[in-house]
Design a protein around this ligand. Structure first.
Ligand code: ATP
Ligand code: MG
Length: 399
């Protein structure tokens, strides 16, 4: 067992010693068997939340309504969730009410895919009710139970299927895939925020091309914000370099906007429709402006400066991913060579200009500072106070 499980083992033992059942479940079990890195260890138990809390001195009610209690143990924290069923699905969404049960079988039955429905006992034995181990070996994603019913219950599972197809580089089993095709339009019932999470994870998976292939082929894309009618533009993503790994949201959305040929201006309403954060909208806007400059063949020092290192790095990663004929290392080198990376580094500020009566408060002040910044960026003026003062006086006298 990997170290994460070994350190969590006493938690399971404490629960079991009190007469309940407890298992490791979900992604960590799957990823361990695949020999992949694991993130968080999830624990499922027959004990009810109040019973769990009674067993441990330090707990937090993170999701008590859904049966989840967080146990703090040393510097570690574990989510312990009571076995539950999710009967009474309405409107093709996951119900907000759950029923706690004492049976592991019931809990595993409600899980989405066979490879996600494995449970691992503290002694290392695996509970595999749906042949998940075989599917893991065969690299297959198969819905637990009848796929049509499962996607009808919770339409988000269809997006989860393509997410895991990319994340794990697995194929979607044929009847599961057919059921997605039949139910794709149910995705409209799902909150955009939840679709966003799965979509981003799909794009950041180990085989995004596979995920995108299913995304297009099943028709799911047509029920995502502003993607209807865009299968052709999306298909370009199938040509992504096979080794590509997108490592953050900025890269995901820059790439998507680029494929959809969205301008910086137009990307705003597109990303709003996807309900991404304002921070992300700003970063993508920045990156697309840089792309526009690159397309026009006019990448100034100023635009490199305005793009900034973080977005520049992401933008270059995207250009490399689509094998764009752009010398990305040259652009990065030009950025590194900029004499300053932040306007605060300018050795002269507005206060200096006012104090020396070079100008008065107002738009002219801003113009002079902008000109000084550009002069420093292009190497016309050295970033020293005396030289900047001389230059400021010259600019002020000209206007
Ligand atoms: P990751 O490593 O990417 O977090 P994961 O398998 O842990 O993968 P989660 O979204 O964290 O994925 O979900 C944890 C587990 O809960 C899943 O493995 C699955 O068993 C179950 N699960 C989550 N969402 C659903 C759902 N919509 N329908 C059914 N089961 C689900
Ligand atoms: Mg998880």
């Amino acid at each position: 067992l990997p170290i994460e499980f070994l350190t969590a083992r006493p938690i399971l033992q404490t629960i079991e010693n009190a007469g309940y059942e407890a298992y490791f479940v979900g992604g960590s079990v799957r990823d361990t068997i695949l020999n992949d890195e694991i993130h968080d260890v999830d624990i499922a138990t027959s004990a009810y939340p109040s019973e769990v809390k009674a067993l441990f001195p330090r707990t937090v009610d993170t999701g008590i309504k859904h049966g989840t209690v967080m146990i703090l143990s040393g510097s570690n924290q574990y989510e312990v969730t009571t076995f539950r069923t999710e009967s009474g699905y309405q409107d093709f969404r996951r119900p907000d009410k759950v029923t706690f049960v004492r049976s592991l079988t019931e809990d595993l039955k409600r899980r989405d895919f066979t490879v996600n429905a494995l449970a691992l006992k503290e002694d290392g034995t695996v509970v595999d009710l749906f042949n998940g181990l075989q599917d893991l070996q065969d690299h297959i994603l198969r819905a637990v139970g009848k796929p049509e019913e499962r996607f009808h219950e919770d339409a988000l599972r269809m997006m989860r299927a393509i997410r895991f197809a990319s994340k794990l580089d697995f194929a979607i089993e044929a009847t599961t895939e057919t059921a997605i095709k039949h139910h794709a339009e149910l995705l409209e019932k799902i909150a955009v925020e939840r679709i966003l999470v799965e979509f981003e994870k799909m794009m950041m998976g180990q085989n995004p091309v596979k995920g995108i292939h299913y995304f297009i082929d099943t028709g799911l894309y047509a029920y995502c914000p502003q993607l209807q009618g865009q299968s052709k533009a999306l298909s370009e993503l199938l040509n992504l370099h096979p080794d590509v790994r997108l490592i953050n949201e900025t890269q995901v959305w820059l790439l998507l906007c680029r494929s959809l040929k969205l301008s910086a201006v137009k990307s705003h309403s597109f990303l709003k429709a996807w309900k991404t954060s304002n921070e992300l909208i700003a970063a993508v806007n920045n990156g697309l402006k840089l792309f526009e400059a690159i397309d026009q063949g006019t990448v100034s020092e100023k635009i490199l400066f305005q793009t900034g290192k973080t977005v520049l790095t992401d933008a270059m990663a995207v250009l490399n991913a689509i094998s764009a004929p752009v010398n990305t290392s040259e652009l990065l080198a030009r950025y590194e060579a900029l004499p300053i990376k932040d306007s605060h580094e300018l050795r002269l500020n507005g206060w200096d200009l006012l104090q020396r009566r070079i100008t008065t408060p107002g738009p002219k002040l801003g113009k002079i500072l902008a000109k000084l910044l550009n002069d420093v960026l292009t190497g016309k003026v050295k970033n020293s106070k005396s030289e900047l003062l001389l230059e400021a006086k010259r600019i002020a006298s000209k206007n």
